[in-house]
Write a protein that binds this ligand. Sequence first.
Ligand SMILES: Cc1cc2nc3c(=O)[nH]c(=O)nc-3n(C[C@H](O)[C@H](O)[C@H](O)COP(=O)(O)OP(=O)(O)OC[C@H]3O[C@@H](n4cnc5c(N)ncnc54)[C@H](O)[C@@H]3O)c2cc1C
Length: 401
Amino acid sequence: MHRYDFLVVGGGPIGCRVAYKLAAAGHQVAVLEKNSSVGGPVCCTGIVSRECISRFGIPPGLILKEFRSAIFYPPSAESLRVERPDMQAAVLDRGGYNAFMAREAQDQGADYFMAHRVTSVQAEPDRVVVTTENRGTSLIFEARAAVLATGFSSRLPEQAGFGRPKRRAVGAQVEVRALTIEEVEVYLGNDIAPGFFGWAVPTGNSNALVGLLTEHEADKHLAKLVSVLESRGKISCLAGKPSYRGVTLSAPKKTYYARIILAGDAAGQVKPLTGGGIYFGLLCADMAASVLHAAMGASDFSSAYLSSYQKEWKKVLGGELCLGAWASRLYGRLGDRSIDRAADAARKRGMADRLSVSSGIGFDWHGSAILQIVRELLRRRYKPLNKVPSDNSEEVESNGR
Ligand SMILES: Cc1cc2nc3c(=O)[nH]c(=O)nc-3n(C[C@H](O)[C@H](O)[C@H](O)COP(=O)(O)OP(=O)(O)OC[C@H]3O[C@@H](n4cnc5c(N)ncnc54)[C@H](O)[C@@H]3O)c2cc1C
């Protein structure tokens, strides 16, 4: 039997961050990870914003390439480029980042138990009991509380009584030899990624990560995107094997119960438009650690006490997640012709240029971009009354009908 103050299930970036913060606050922490090492290949592109890099002190050595522009390719319309004068985002050595996060937590005193697959988590009135399976042997861990940072695919949160997030997708990715990919490229259209998008991201070593989100047939769509890029002379061949992973696009109703908290992808703390979960997950990891630290001080791990965790993270991210989910559902309903028309309209009206210079719009915070686009569309559709022409033929034309 192993006893700790806190147990963290999952040694991904979010679990490592929670462990780091709790250990740095002086608590005895164990991280239980089913894989035999952290830092191996991960099915994740690893793009994070400048804001994330500076806020969480990501070392320059883990940055493969920085970006200040992205180019969007609609199904048939002309491409649309968004560029800012300074760096907006960077692609990380994702495996290296995970290993770095684990080292940081270990340096603060957290114990890592690798190859320990957690098979059950049970909240008792005075403790939480966690069972792991390690090379055929069962081990019992006890603690005051546990954090489940198990990512998307684990059934553990469900077993512990949490609901399953309703909106999900599959992320597919493969490393390729790049010929002419210099910036982040985004591919739109139902042939490539129905309801979502595909991407090609250079990693600075003549390679690029090509991937997409979709609800169905991820392998077929990935093969299609690769062949499109080959036919356009952008890539020469594959440099690795395709990998696939689920992505949560909505949060379960509750992310806490007495003595148990969900964090990261397991809690749906993910941008619904892109599936990016590193930054939002890290923000919530800090909130989880600070609520648990306070709970230890108050000796209160009740559901009522831990509810402040969800209140806090929803206060910061709730609006973003709501707007992002709405925009994502709306985009999912567009056919290719509508996407092309929207891209054409955006270019003609200089929307990309305005988005490029608008300071309120960031890589992570899509809410203001969504509102700005909606405002632009409404402006186009409903001109102010004093500008409505007496002859409505011009109005008909401006509405694009
Ligand atoms: C193709 C693709 C591309 C992506 N690109 C980006 C991107 O560019 N930027 C971005 O921000 N996000 C991206 N994401 C999302 C990002 O990868 C996740 O948001 C992030 O990894 C979440 O971290 P996490 O720690 O919550 O979960 P994970 O990274 O999934 O870690 C969970 C850990 O829990 C362990 N675990 C699970 N079950 C158990 C168990 N029962 N017992 C013990 N251990 C267990 C797993 O082995 C794993 O190590 C991408 C996702 C995909 C699929």
